[in-house]
Design a binder for this molecule. Structure first.
Ligand code: TXA
Ligand code: MG
Length: 367
């Protein structure tokens, strides 16, 4: 096991000497966790299959789930991809650097395990100054998934990375809290028409200008298990805290009434409950037998997205067994927030405005 070294850097003007230490670690086949504008990544040299293998081991990630390759600039694309579809240039000009990942044909130098053996590779140019400085300093493409243990909420601070990966990563660059807080949007350009594989930091609505034929799977974006293979990372159980998560759908007052009923049943059974609610509903839940955490005002999706994973981790650290979370409406960044909550809940949704068989629902939560 590695000794984890934490290096603090200014998120806007990272010190070149510190970045050089991290760049040397990447060049030497080691793992470096670094901030991006979306979430923290767990990076390794994308040309080095042994280094890439260590990412999978450190995260306990299935070998079948491919990684995203990060580049310093668009001009480095030819180091990692084979051909450039017509739509690529416009998308790159408009959204890079930024939270958009494009799946393209894999170049020969990219370690095959980056792509889990596929002939495609997912690529993005991150906008975070620390990620950019690291990529420039090592002059290598960096393969990096989110720097969490497999199926845990993605890390948005260096502390989250340390909580999951202490002793499993050589260097953590601590550049503060990730700005967007949710992962990049993933679009597969090798399919015709192109397909949205994961909603993320760039809302699909913005992509339609340049990709009018983009196939956007129905919301929520979880198909049958078989469908999950198009983007293996889109498994149902993902981004999950230790506690069981249940989503509450419906208007504020009926959701409160249902939450109260569930809360009493769980409380009487000795279970600790957490509530994740929009700030404007917070006052409806004070004084209850529950840990209540505000998710931000539902009119401020940037704030909700930025701290969503941190709040799920916070509820875990409060020791709750069950988290009741209010569903978030689709549209803009809301689609990605909704998707992450849906996966954290492994698809469990209770509609407060419809008849519910609570016994059926609660039995598994009481086990
Ligand atoms: O914002 C982000 O994308 C962050 C930061 C670190 O860049 N990275 C990230 O990586 O979220 P990860 O590994 O947690 O998610 C990558 C997603 C997965 O859903 C994976 O299946 C998909 O991208 N993916 C990667 N390569 C692919 C490929 N060749 N074909 C289809 N899907 C791919
Ligand atoms: Mg991930």
């Amino acid at each position: 096991m590695a000794q984890t070294q934490i290096l603090h850097v200014d998120p806007y003007q990272p010190d070149p000497d510190t970045i050089a230490v991290a760049a040397a670690a990447i060049a030497g086949g080691q793992l470096v966790a670094f901030p991006t504008e979306t979430v923290y990544g767990l990076g390794a040299n994308a040309f080095d299959p042994a280094a890439v293998e260590r990412i999978f081991t450190a995260k306990q990630r299935p070998w079948t789930d491919p990684l995203i390759v990060h580049l310093a600039t668009v001009s480095h694309l030819d180091r990692v991809v084979q051909d450039m579809p017509a739509a690529l240039i416009g998308l790159a000009e408009r959204f890079w650097p930024g939270p958009l990942t494009l799946v393209l044909c894999r170049g020969r130098s990219v370690a095959p395990n980056v792509s889990a053996g596929r002939n495609t590779v997912a690529v993005r140019v991150p906008a975070h100054p620390v990620a950019h400085a690291l990529l420039v300093a090592c002059d290598l493409p960096i393969a990096a998934p989110s720097a969490n243990l497999f199926s845990r909420p993605s890390p948005t601070t260096a502390q989250h990375v340390l909580d999951d990966l202490d002793g499993r990563v050589e260097v953590i660059l601590d550049g503060g809290t990730a700005t967007i807080g949710l992962e990049s949007t993933v679009v597969d350009l090798t399919q015709t028409p192109p397909v949205l594989l994961r909603p993320g930091g760039v809302p699909a609505e913005l992509l339609l200008d340049l990709l009018p034929d983009l196939r956007v799977p129905a919301d929520p974006m979880v198909g049958a298990e078989g469908e999950a293979t198009a983007s293996p990372g889109m498994l149902l159980k993902h981004y999950a805290p230790h506690a069981a998560v249940v989503l509450l759908r419906g208007n504020a007052l009926s959701a409160r009434a249902l939450a109260l009923t569930i809360l009493n049943l769980l409380h009487n059974a000795g279970r600790r409950v957490g509530l994740l609610v929009p700030d404007e509903e917070f006052s409806l839940y004070v004084g209850l037998h529950a840990e209540v955490v505000g998710m931000g005002p539902s009119t401020d999706l940037l704030a909700v997205a930025r701290y969503l994973f941190a709040r799920l981790r916070e509820l875990d650290s409060l020791g709750v067994d069950v988290i009741l979370a209010r569903e978030v409406a689709a549209g803009g960044l809301g689609t990605a927030i909704r998707d992450r909550l849906f996966r954290a809940a492994e698809g469990k949704i209770l509609d407060a405005d419809a008849p519910v068989d609570l016994g059926n629902w609660l039995t598994p939560l009481l086990k």
